[in-house]
Design a protein around this ligand. Structure first.
Ligand SMILES: C[S@@+](CC[C@H](N)C(=O)[O-])C[C@H]1O[C@@H](n2cnc3c(N)ncnc32)[C@H](O)[C@@H]1O
Length: 219
């Protein structure tokens, strides 16, 4: 079953910035940087949450932004944050309410890990991109580096649930986050899923691979 982000919507931004030590902003900026050299007049931000990725696309991306999320509360914050710009709809990534080949680019920041049927969500995101268009997926991952890994585990096992309890008043939500990161496909395994949808894919590892940016070009 999908995790209900309505429960943590009000504290989501603060928790995100604390947990990632503010790095989430830079990671989203990398998405805009990757898209910049390519045509991206119409961009869809899937699982937009509270709208940080959408806002960045509006301000720095110079594109028309469409965004969707399954959580009403997250979406309400996103709309307010973007001040009337952008087209926000409540929608399921696994059944996107857009026609084939509608967008020059699709972004999804920290969303795919939450899809109930990952393959279906990826299939839908690729479907709505124009041939030759790009799909940029940001997702958290466990680091590959064996020196970094024990520090990562300590931080995620102790600090993040503590922050979840004290700041968001919801330790379970953040235990869910850590568990899903550990079991989610990363690197070649994730790239393979996009390649199976007919894309060419590159991966950028951010901060020792704790965050991955996958950029797929639809064939
Ligand atoms: C971790 S938040 C990421 C939000 C935002 N993209 C960001 O950069 O912070 C995950 C978001 O995915 C949304 N989500 C989960 N499953 C979804 C689905 N099937 N369709 C659309 N949105 C979904 C949740 O409601 C939540 O807002």
């Amino acid at each position: 079953m999908a995790y209900d982000f309505n429960k943590i919507a009000k504290r989501y931004d603060l928790m995100n910035h604390l947990m990632t030590l503010g790095m989430d902003r830079g990671w989203r900026r990398q998405v805009v940087k990757e898209l910049r050299p390519h045509r991206h007049d119409e961009v869809l931000d899937v699982a937009c949450g509270t709208g940080d990725m959408s806002l960045l696309l509006l301000h720095d991306g110079g594109c028309r932004v469409h965004a969707c999320d399954i959580s009403e509360e997250m979406l309400a914050i996103a709309k307010k944050k973007c001040g009337g710009s952008g087209d926000f709809v409540m929608g399921d990534a696994e059944s996107l309410p857009y026609g084939d080949g509608t967008f020059d680019a699709v972004t999804c920041a920290f969303g795919v890990r939450n899809f109930v049927h990952l393959g279906q969500g990826l299939h839908e995101m690729v479907r709505v991109v124009k041939p030759g268009g790009r799909l940029a997926v940001l997702e958290l991952a466990t680091p590959d580096n064996t020196v970094i890994r024990p520090f990562y585990r300590l931080y995620t096992r102790l600090a993040i649930p503590l922050l979840g309890r004290t700041v968001a008043g919801n330790g379970d939500a953040y235990r869910y986050l850590i568990d899903t990161v550990e079991h989610f496909p990363k690197g070649a395994a994730f790239m393979g899923l996009l390649e199976a949808e007919g894309c060419r894919v590159v991966q950028r590892k951010l901060f020792f691979g704790v965050c991955r940016l996958y950029v797929a070009c639809k064939g």
